[in-house]
Ligand binder design. Sequence first.
Ligand SMILES: [Zn+2]
Ligand SMILES: [Zn+2]
Length: 338
Amino acid sequence: MKKVVILGERQVGLIDAPDPYPIEDWVVVKVEASALCTEYKSYLTGRELQLGGHEGVGEVVAIAQPGSVKIGDRVVIWPQIPCGKCALCNSGNYVYCENSADFEKLMGNKNGLGTFAQYVLKPSWLLPHIPDNMSYEHATMAIDGIGASFGAFQAIDINAFDTLLVTGLGPVGLGAVVNARFRGTRVIGVEPVQWRREQAVKMGAEVVFDPGAPDLVEKIRSLTEGKGVSCALDCSGKVQSQRLCIDATRRKGRVAFVGETNDILSIQISPDMIRKGLTLVGSWLYNMADYPKVIQVIQESPLIDLLVSHVMPMSQIQQGFELLASGQCAKVVVDPWR
Ligand SMILES: [Zn+2]
Ligand SMILES: [Zn+2]
């Protein structure tokens, strides 16, 4: 099979690798579409890909023993390899499992690990079904495109009574606009790239500011009767935007963080939290019990084609990574068979 490897700084290519084969409850999925995510950062620096793609969907083509899928099933390839046995897994919080398996140790190589490849290997119970009428490109949104912000919105419970601030309107932030509009929530955005600001407005964001604009907190307060937004979501992973989420949210508001960073955000407990009564939540993907709801958003939202901005052959993945680096895109999806 063909799979993607980083060849150097801003260089990526396809290599031939052995096809994976099914073993015990691990099945082979023919990858039909895979969305690009943070891997472009490895591409820019020339670092080896950790997983080699984690937002794939496809068709089950080989099984070793009867399980929860059969040959021909169309499935979402759930990321990671949780244990399936701990309390977190038993409650559907697979993404937080502390006993995730090491694929390379288990299989002796990385063939079948990442979704930037023609086949992957996955335990059958990590392959939820895709509805018949849903395209593979749309189904890839069930991982981070729609899923990341969906999990955060379940945690802070946004609805039509809320005004939401979203900072960082990259692929995940634009997915947040889709989710928020699906719930009838009013959206204010903050994003440095003009293409993404315009895309968010097309999706129904009321106003989108540049993060460099002066007096942002005052501007946001003036749009919310002087109080600030009732909830906020940071998708940027930037300390300045995390701070804005806290400062622009009204008393008793809720703030969630999905943008990854190791940088340090300072919080003053009295003014920021106790006196404001703020709820601050970190969120990573979503509980698998919510998968049908995530699928429902993808099925019913009229905005999904604005979220899947580019579909291209995997042989042109270099162009996809460049698009992500430029910011001139929402979700970029590749087809491993072209
Ligand atoms: Zn992702
Ligand atoms: Zn577990």
